[in-house]
Design a protein around this ligand. Structure first.
Ligand code: PDD
Length: 277
């Protein structure tokens, strides 16, 4: 049985009902989080709590993050999965009438799901490279994901695994992950801004890179510079570190092989995943 939690009540997912007037459905008016649970522990839980709080604040939605995470604890216990992927969806809720502006009386919808998941090392992968067609406030983890959906679909349809995005020729992020470039002993990634999600995995990668002696540079990256990097990889809670060895357009990245720096980072990430908070 697949369990979920809807507005604090645990139930089999088939029994969960949300109004068609829910503003998540009508307007994409909501935010979400995705977390990996590994060996019975949510990876970097406090960072996910803080990011959910900032997404809620950014859209003027008042929901107790502590209550949401109490629901997550109950759901993980009920599901009994030590290795799982957990989604938190919070929308502004359902109002009687449709109006773009916030209704005065409305209570949020909080929907939690959990599914089996194994954090495994990713194979060398292919990314398409495309203009970033999304809105300009991507630091909010919004449920309005149509741009990301269309870009990922385009990647899949062309046999690739991700879409790396650029705005005015500067790399922003990828459709479901953050982007990193390796050059020698330097690790480069675009700086945090409204244009990218402050990825939790990005945060951990930067921390680990410094610990293993890489020189971390948070600076704009020109999209044309990607193919002649030594390595490119993307990061996310569900995929961990995914090496990109081919770009379309762009061709092979570096010599097409994984760099020592990437392998050291991957080893540090695996260690962190299994042995730390
Ligand atoms: N995606 N950028 C975008 C656009 C994302 O959707 C994600 C995560 C990231 C990486 O963030 P984090 O390291 O915190 O997972 C960056 C998740 C996995 C998803 O939507 O399923």
């Amino acid at each position: 049985m697949t369990w979920c939690c809807l507005n604090g009540t645990m139930m089999p997912i088939e029994q969960a009902k949300i109004s068609p007037m829910d503003r998540g459905f009508l307007f994409g008016d909501g935010v979400y989080e995705v977390m990996a649970r590994v060996d019975g522990r949510i990876r970097a839980k406090s960072l996910h709590q803080a990011r959910l709080q900032s997404s809620l604040d950014a859209i003027g939605l008042s929901v107790s993050v502590d209550d949401v995470f109490a629901g997550v604890d109950q759901l993980t216990e009920k599901a009994g999965l030590l290795d799982a992927k957990i989604y938190i969806q919070v929308t502004r809720g359902a109002a009687a009438a449709r109006d773009h502006a916030f209704p005065s009386k409305i209570s949020p919808t909080v929907f939690l799901t959990i599914s089996e998941f194994a954090a495994v090392s990713q194979k060398p992968s292919i990314a398409i490279v495309r203009p970033d067609i999304r809105w300009r406030r991507n630091s909010i983890k919004s449920v309005s994901l149509l741009g990301n959906v269309l870009l990922m679909q385009e990647a899949r349809a062309s046999g690739a695994h991700e879409a790396i995005l650029h705005r005015d020729h500067l790399v922003t992020e990828a459709s479901t992950s953050n982007v990193f470039v390796i050059r020698g002993q330097s690790l480069m990634t675009p700086p945090l801004s409204d244009l990218i999600l402050p990825g939790i995995t990005r945060h951990l990668v930067i921390e680990m890179a410094s610990q293993i002696g890489l020189n971390v540079i948070e600076e704009p990256i020109h999209v044309d510079s990607l193919p002649d990097a030594d390595g490119v990889f993307v990061s996310s809670s569900t995929r961990g570190l995914m090496p990109i060895v081919e770009l379309d357009p762009g061709g092979q990245v570096g010599n097409g092989q994984l760099t020592q720096a990437f392998m050291a980072l991957q080893a540090a990430y695996d260690e962190r995943l299994h042995h730390h908070e």
